[in-house]
Write a protein that binds this ligand. Structure first.
Ligand code: COA
Length: 260
């Protein structure tokens, strides 16, 4: 697939994806969603990629939402399909991705932009970032998982307030509400994300992948996260990474994991 709306770069075991529609504040249209999905799908099988960083191009916007112009005339059925496709291709896909995905929130993260950041495992914001779910101001509701993930991250009360008022949080308030893990200057943003990614690169890929699966299990109403943890914990004892990790500890050296 020819990439038109995203830029990709691999550096030190990190795939950096930059959403690149700055003239539209990096709004997510169908083509961008498709390109993101294909790129992530491909990166899943690259053992040398250990972490993904997603950011927006320019210094004004991470992603200013779903592309409003694209869905302006949608029917009920098309609206439902828009949400379902987004969940499947990007938002649930990223949440359940086998490698940690870090959102480098470099400006506006509104609507689908905040939903994208919230689907990521870790969020780091620059000081100028502004985050919100303003969909009710357009006569719609968040449709890319925002009603669920915002409440999980900031609590139900603040999620109700943010969604029904359509207000934005600045970076410091987002930090206060634990919506982002760190706030740094715009100049430091990618470096901070890479610093986190460099730690992931030292850990067992199979343990990292399993940890993501088990943490997510606790947010699935149909399964018991503790049961999943017991099951997956047991399975780790059959992995080469576990044998290597323990052996390296006992031999007082750094482990060399190969991810199985
Ligand atoms: N979808 C489509 N286009 C968008 C967009 C979106 N979500 N957000 C911004 N754009 C476009 C604007 O239409 C404008 O395009 P144009 O120059 O061709 O007219 C361009 O990006 C720049 O945006 P503009 O509104 O002029 O910038 P601003 O600095 O005045 O305002 C925002 C910035 C983010 C406050 C404003 O763009 C905005 O409110 N965007 C929509 C946010 C939203 O509701 N997101 C949820 C969607 S469900």
């Amino acid at each position: 697939m020819t990439l038109q709306n995203i830029l990709t770069e691999v550096e030190d075991k990190v795939l950096i994806i930059t959403i690149n529609r700055p003239e539209k504040l990096n709004a997510l249209n169908a083509k961008t969603i498709e390109e993101l999905h294909e790129t992530l799908l491909e990166a899943e099988n690259h053992n040398e990629i250990r972490t993904i960083i997603i950011t927006g191009s320019g210094n004004k916007s991470f992603v200013a939402g779903a592309d409003i112009a694209e869905f302006a005339n949608f029917s009920i059925e098309q609206g439902k399909q828009l949400a379902a496709t987004g969940h499947f291709k990007i938002f649930n896909f990223i949440e359940n991705y086998s490698k940690p995905v870090i959102a480098a929130v470099n400006g506006f993260a509104l609507g689908g932009g905040l939903e994208l950041a919230m689907a990521c495992h870790i969020r780091i914001a620059s000081e100028n970032a502004k985050m919100g779910l303003p969909e009710t101001s357009l006569g719609v509701i968040p449709g890319y998982g925002g009603t669920q993930r915002l409440a999980q991250l900031v609590g139900k009360g603040k999620a109700f307030e943010m969604i029904v008022t359509a207000d934005m949080l600045n970076a410091q308030d987002a930090y206060k509400w634990v919506l982002v893990n760190y706030v740094v200057t715009q100049e430091e943003l990618l470096a901070k994300c890479k610093e986190v990614a460099s730690k992931v690169a030292l850990r067992s890929p199979v343990a990292v992948k399993t940890a993501i699966k088990v943490i997510n299990a606790g947010y699935n109403a149909h399964v018991n996260g503790f049961d999943v943890e017991i099951e997956e914990f047991g399975k780790m004892f059959g992995t080469k990474d576990f044998k290597e990790g323990v052996k390296a500890f006992l031999e007082k050296r750094k482990p060399s994991f190969n991810g199985n």
